[in-house]
Design a protein around this ligand. Structure first.
Ligand code: AKG
Length: 380
């Protein structure tokens, strides 16, 4: 979401449209505006897609006339002869986005002080208010914990399809998480799992993971979640050198079984163009840093240890029992998950999981929000 406050449009001269944003005023570039023309000569009205190649626009394009024909509307004549009407609200909404913004709620970073994770009651046929509430909670906290999902096989796919399209992998559309002999992944054993992101060896990494509990009658086997963005920001503040190393050292992750071999490289802390956190890639079971000179590796290993120490610290972790009928859906690019160990001889524990892309909940959030956009005005 915006880091610039609420922007304001001003017709600053007969041939200049200005924006006030974050205490800064500057003229809007004529090509930026021309690219956003919404008239039938500029875009296909059915799809909203542009009908011309904006790279061909006159690089010296100017505004030659500006007026406000109705509240919240802007009429512009360009020096290439084109004329168009604009919705000021749409211009302002776009101007409010910082580079790399998703136009979704900003992450609300959390630590163990979040306490008992907030729960939502699952409804099989949710209405728009439920969906809006769930997607907003999910996007802010990076997870949502449902209770009341029928504890029946494949229900996880039904919940997933409410938010997006299932992402099939070599584990199938859905996978069973339970202790099995000859497990093809440590998740399918009963050992404790430290905080990790799933499938860092895939490109792209699955954006969202869902885990649904069918049975949990054993002792132990508690679920853990850590907000990787909160930990990375703590590292950035407490140990900037470690943060810097982890954000620029690509690490190789690998998965191999009889029929699959997946390899992907990414820095443990991936940043976007604005230097904000984009994705955490962290799995102590699977990471292999390339061979670098010893001094660089020593610095990297120190940085990784510090990051790992914070990721495992009680200060950042929430821990809860995923009971029969509970389902947790979390952002696999931001949160790390794990579990405490359990003894399969003392009772069954069976979860079913699947992945979707993060696009799904983000798209749902934006579509539901469309109906509530307020009109905007130009200031004098
Ligand atoms: O058993 C669990 O609670 C988590 C398993 C896991 O880490 C996974 O399926 O990715």
């Amino acid at each position: 979401m915006s880091t610039h406050g609420i922007p304001k449009l001003t017709i600053s001269s007969p041939t200049e449209l200005s924006i006030d944003r974050g205490g800064q005023r500057f003229a809007i570039h004529p090509i930026w505006l021309r690219e956003r023309c919404q008239d039938p000569a500029s875009i296909d009205l059915a799809t909203g897609q542009r009908l011309h190649d904006p790279s061909g626009l006159d690089l010296d394009l100017r505004l030659v006339a500006l007026s406000e024909p109705a509240p919240g509307r802007l009429h512009v004549r360009f020096s290439d002869g084109h004329e168009a009407d604009f919705d000021c609200g749409a211009i302002l909404a776009e101007a409010a986005l910082a580079p790399g913004d998703h136009d979704c709620p900003a992450p609300q970073l959390w630590t163990s002080q979040l306490g008992d994770p907030p729960r939502a009651r699952w409804r099989g046929n949710p209405g728009n208010p439920d969906l809006a509430d769930w997607t907003e909670r999910f996007l802010r906290l990076g997870f949502i914990l449902f209770s009341g999902v029928p504890p029946e096989p494949r229900q996880v796919l039904k919940v997933a399809s409410t938010f997006g399209f299932t992402r099939d992998t070599n584990f199938g559309a859905m996978f069973d998480v339970r202790s099995t002999p000859n497990a093809i992944d440590l998740a399918y054993t009963s050992i404790p799992l430290d905080p990790h992101t799933d499938n860092p060896y895939r490109s792209p990494v699955p954006g969202v993971q869902l885990l649904h509990c069918l049975v949990n009658e054993t002792s132990g086997g508690l679920s853990t979640l850590v907000d990787g963005f909160a930990v990375a920001e703590a590292l950035r503040m407490r140990d900037p050198a470690a943060f810097e190393i982890l954000s620029r050292t690509p690490v190789r992750f690998r998965y191999r079984d009889a029929s699959t071999e997946l390899v992907a490289s990414a820095p443990p802390i991936e940043l976007d163009v604005a230097g904000r956190l984009r994705t955490i890639h962290f799995s102590p079971r699977l990471d292999f840093v390339p061979l670098l000179p010893p001094a660089d590796l020593s610095a990297y290993y120190r940085a990784r240890r510090e990051f790992d120490r914070l990721l495992c610290a009680p200060e950042f972790e929430i821990r809860f029992l995923l009971a029969r009928g509970d389902l947790v859906m979390f952002d696999n690019c931001r949160l790390l998950h794990g579990r405490t160990g359990f003894d399969p001889a003392r009772g069954m524990r069976h979860l079913q999981g699947c992945y979707i892309d993060i696009d799904g909940p983000r798209s749902l959030y934006r579509v539901l929000r469309r109906k509530h956009t307020a009109p905007a005005r130009i200031s004098a």
